[in-house]
Design a protein around this ligand. Structure first.
Ligand SMILES: *Cc1c(COP(=O)(O)O)cnc(C)c1O
Length: 363
C-alpha cells in the first residue's frame, strides 16, 4: 500500500536557483555571481534591515495575526481598504490559499503551459485539477485560454509579466479575456514584477477591479523590494474573497519581522526607484550585447531575459557554472534551448558577458 495518493507520488518538487555557497563548494571557486532567481542585486532596503533589527527583540511574542499596522499602511499606499488585503508568507503561499479555498472536487484551474510552475505544483500537491493551454511565441495565449474555460473552471492564473518568458499581456487583451470568461471564474493576476514594468499598454488591474469583482491581484516584496528571504507577499481582492482566504490561512502566517520589514521597505520608495533604474540599464545593456553573441531573447517587462541559445542549454548552464556564473535552466518549463538570466550590478554583467564569450567560443 502506498503512503500517499498518486498525485503526491508523481509530484516533481520545485527546483530553485542554485545557491552561491553550494556552487562555490562544488566547483571549487570563489566569488560566484547568481543571476538565477530574479533577486534584487542592490540588496534589501537599509531601512528595512534597520526595522527588522529593531523587531528582533520582540521575537518571544507571536506576531499580530491581523497585521494591523502593515495592512493599514499598505492599503493607504495602494488606495484600497485593509479589508481588501490578504497577506502571505510570500505570494507563493497566497497561490496555495486561493487554490485550497476556491477549487474543489471536479473543478479546474486554468493555466498557461510554460509559465511559473508553482501554480501547477500547488494544485497537484492538494489533488486539484488543472488545465494547461499552450503559449504562442513565448506569450500567454489569452484567447485560447478563454476558449478553454468550461463550467468546471473556477480559478485562472495569469503571470503578468510572465516568468520565465518576461512577456506581458496588454490591457485590451486582458479586458477581452475578462469579458469572455465572465464573473464565475476568479482571475488571479500575478504581478510579481509589477514595479519593473514600463509598457504603456500594461493593464491597470487595480482600476479594473471596480468593473470585474472576480479579479484578484497578487504582488510581492521578494523582487523589486529586495525581501525575498523575508517571505512577504500580498493580494488585493474584494472583501468577501479575502474573508474566505482568512479562514483557510494559519493564524500567524506572516512573521513579525516580515511585517516590520515590509512596512519600512514600502516607505523606502527611493530604494525601489534605484532598483528599477538599475534594471532598466541592465536590460538595455544585455539587449545590446546578447545578439552580438548570436543569442536571442524574448522582450521583457521584468528583471530577467529568457535567453535562447539555439542549442541544448544544459551544457551552456554547466559551463557557465564552472565560470562562477549561476543562471537558471528552463528545460522543466519546456524551454530546452534557453536559460533565464536576471539583471545584476554592472560588475555582475561584466562577469556574465566575459563568461558567455568564453563558453560560446569553445564548441
Ligand atoms: C517570484 C515570483 C513570485 C513571488 O514569489 P514569493 O513567494 O512572493 O517570493 C510570484 N509569482 C511569480 C510569477 C514569480 O516569478
Amino acid at each position: 500500500m502506498s503512503l500517499v495518493p498518486p498525485f503526491i507520488s508523481s509530484l516533481s518538487p520545485y527546483v530553485p536557483g542554485k545557491p552561491i555557497e553550494e556552487t562555490e563548494r562544488e566547483y571549487g571557486i570563489a566569488g560566484a555571481v547568481k543571476l538565477a532567481s530574479n533577486e534584487n542585486p542592490l540588496g534589501p532596503s537599509p531601512k528595512a534591515v534597520e526595522a527588522i533589527g529593531k523587531a528582533l527583540g520582540k521575537m518571544n511574542l507571536y506576531p499580530d495575526g491581523a497585521s494591523f499596522y502593515f495592512k493599514n499602511e499598505l492599503a493607504a499606499f495602494l488606495k484600497v481598504t485593509p479589508a481588501e488585503l490578504m497577506l502571505g508568507n510570500g505570494s507563493n503561499e497566497l497561490i496555495e490559499f486561493l487554490i485550497r479555498t476556491f477549487v474543489h472536487g471536479d473543478e479546474e484551474i486554468l493555466l498557461s503551459a510554460g509559465t511559473f510552475v508553482v501554480y501547477k505544483i500547488s494544485a497537484q500537491a492538494v489533488g486539484r485539477k488543472y488545465v494547461e493551454v499552450p503559449m504562442k511565441d513565448r506569450h500567454y495565449d489569452l484567447e485560447a485560454m478563454a476558449d478553454a474555460v468550461t463550467p468546471r473552471t473556477r480559478l485562472a492564473f495569469i503571470a503578468n509579466p510572465d516568468n520565465p518568458t518576461g512577456s506581458y499581456q496588454t490591457q485590451d487583451a486582458l479586458v477581452r479575456f475578462l469579458d469572455a470568461v465572465g464573473e464565475r471564474v476568479l482571475v488571479v493576476m500575478d504581478e510579481a514584477y509589477f514595479e519593473y514594468v514600463d509598457a504603456e499598454d500594461y493593464p491597470d488591474s487595480m482600476s479594473l477591479r471596480a468593473r470585474y469583482p472576480n479579479l484578484i491581484v497578487l504582488r510581492t516584496f521578494s523582487k523589486a523590494y529586495g525581501l525575498a528571504g523575508m517571505r512577504l507577499g500580498y493580494g488585493v481582492a474584494r472583501p468577501e474573497i479575502v474573508d474566505f482566504v482568512n479562514r483557510v490561512r494559519a493564524p500567524f502566517n506572516v512573521s513579525s519581522l516580515a511585517q516590520a520589514g515590509g512596512m519600512a521597505a514600502l516607505e523606502d520608495q527611493e530604494h525601489v526607484r534605484r532598483t528599477v533604474e538599475l534594471n532598466r540599464r541592465g536590460l538595455d545593456q544585455l539587449a545590446e550585447e546578447l545578439p552580438k553573441l548570436g543569442l536571442s531573447f524574448t522582450p521583457s517587462q521584468s528583471n530577467f531575459y529568457l535567453v535562447d541559445f539555439h542549442r541544448p542549454a544544459m551544457p551552456v548552464y554547466e559551463a557557465l557554472l564552472r565560470q562562477g556564473v549561476i543562471t537558471r535552466p528552463m528545460g522543466g518549463y519546456g524551454f530546452h534551448t534557453s536559460l533565464r538570466i536576471n539583471t545584476g550590478t554592472e560588475e555582475d554583467h561584466e562577469r556574465l558577458l566575459t563568461a558567455l564569450r568564453k563558453v560560446l567560443e569553445t564548441p
